[in-house]
Design a binder for this molecule. Structure first.
Ligand SMILES: [Zn+2]
Length: 68
């Protein structure tokens, strides 16, 4: 039996760039709204900030397994 309303659905709406995070190293705008809690984020480094995937991999290497 399927439980309706349990799954979180992401609304596909355009998010203004000013409300999106950017990478602290290369300043690329990321598809990560600033409203997302840091504990929910990928590639967020405490004390440093939000990184993009490329910068994160460069810093921490490819031995970090993150399921996408
Ligand atoms: Zn970057």
């Amino acid at each position: 039996m399927l439980r309706k309303g349990h799954q979180f659905k992401v609304k596909s709406k355009v998010i203004p760039h000013k409300s999106l995070e950017e990478c602290v190293l290369c300043h690329r705008v990321l598809e990560m709204p600033k409203s997302v809690d840091v504990s929910e984020r990928l590639y967020y480094v405490e004390g440093a900030g939000q990184l993009c995937r490329e910068c994160y991999m460069e810093l921490y290497g490819c031995n970090v397994v993150i399921s996408e």
